[in-house]
Write a protein that binds this ligand. Structure first.
Ligand code: SF4
Length: 367
């Protein structure tokens, strides 16, 4: 029997030097105890890093920490603060901003800041490139480069918070979505470490529901995620309603076909009022027929769900895939809602700077 091996099965964890942002609060407290300092000092430093978004030991107000601790944190053997070597901003005409980060360890990743009324969304990357190879996605065309570490994941959020503070006297709700470069569940350990820091009471204190991960359907990893008591919201990219069509545009479907994926989602333990978000990239002539709509509605009925329609954002790596006409998108959207589904349309932000869903690839803005 010939067993197909998929690229994401051959990639292990990446190991390298740890940065300050790679430490959970408990790990930082243990490090400080080793150095002879108190947990209270770790609380001050963790909150400075994660709430105030400090990027060096010099930013702590004089008197807040012992001078000897500041000196220790600046010494060459201490974990470095800055995970990025350089950062470039590419503002879009619609108010969103795409950021391109050069990692200290080499390579580039991207994230997108999206402002809404009283709410801010940060779309972040979990990997450099991606091994899953969905044909409608520019990141997939890059291939896999590396798993991002917890610090490299958190660094994106904290840089954007620092660059876009809430207006004085107001607190905007912050959403973090793992929908940038990479398949977050392929890098589950580091993503969950970053999630724990984002929701840590000493840090940003985001709620579990303010953080979402979007997966292409890695069934064993969805099952693993289900086992965590505290976990982000689950979003699943469906993109086609038959195995044949889905395998054509999402190779992951050959390993985990729709029947297995949907059966896993039926068993996924949801919290009160929680729904699984099904993302559906609408592609002209590929997945926008009435039969597709009927099958998608039937899928959505199998568990509490919400369907998010995303009109394809065209990119050079897939010249054969086209965005649907607006009239077709509206017809598909209305048909779903008129037949009992709970559907929305997500208009991508930042298309003019290649920051929209499926467009992140480091290519258009190479420096
Ligand atoms: S859609 Fe997501 S899983 Fe698929 S190739 Fe792009 S980044 Fe990877």
């Amino acid at each position: 029997m010939v067993t197909e091996t998929f690229p994401w099965e051959q990639i292990g964890e990446s190991h390298r030097r740890r940065y300050m942002l790679d430490y959970s609060f408990e790990e930082l407290a243990a490090l400080f105890r080793d150095w002879g300092y108190k947990d209270a000092h770790a609380k001050t430093v963790f909150s400075g890093l994660h709430r105030k978004c400090y990027r060096s030991a010099d930013e702590f107000r004089p008197g807040l920490l012992p001078k000897t601790l500041i000196a220790r944190m600046k010494s060459p053997e201490a974990p470095p603060f800055e995970v990025f070597r350089s950062i470039q901003a590419f503002p879009s005409g619609d108010g969103s901003v795409k950021y391109l980060y050069e990692l200290q360890e080499g390579g580039r990743i991207e994230s997108v800041y999206m402002p809404f009324e009283n709410r801010t969304t940060f779309c972040i990357s979990s990997q450099m490139g991606c091994a899953l190879g969905c044909t409608f996605c520019a990141t997939g065309a890059m291939g896999f480069r590396k798993h991002l570490t917890p610090g490299e994941i958190l660094g994106q959020v904290l840089h954007m918070r620092r660059s876009h503070p809430d207006p004085p006297g107001q607190t905007y709700r912050t959403n973090v979505v793992f929908m940038g470069m990479g398949e977050p569940l392929h890098n589950l350990n580091n993503v969950m470490h970053a999630f724990d820091s984002l929701t840590d009471p000493h840090g940003l204190v985001l709620s579990q529901r303010d953080v979402s991960v979007s997966t292409s359907g890695l069934v064993p990893k969805i099952q693993q995620l289900a086992g965590f008591d505290r976990r982000p919201q689950l979003m699943v990219s469906i993109a086609a309603t038959s195995d044949e069509a889905r395998s054509n545009i999402m190779p992951v479907n050959r390993a985990y076909p729709l029947a297995r994926l949907l059966a896993t989602l039926e068993r996924y333990p949801l919290r009160k009022n929680e729904r699984i978000m099904l993302s559906y990239v609408l592609i002209a002539g590929v997945n926008d027929s009435r039969d597709d709509a009927d099958r998608l509605i039937a899928m959505g009925r199998r568990f509490p769900s919400m369907i998010n329609l995303i009109p394809l954002n065209e990119h050079e790596s897939s010249p054969d895939l086209n965005e649907p006409e607006e009239a077709r998108l509206q017809w598909f959207f209305n048909y779903l809602n008129e037949h009992g589904a709970f559907a929305t349309i997500r208009r991508s932000r930042g298309r003019d700077v290649a920051a929209a869903c499926g467009q992140l690839s480091n290519q258009q803005l190479a420096v």
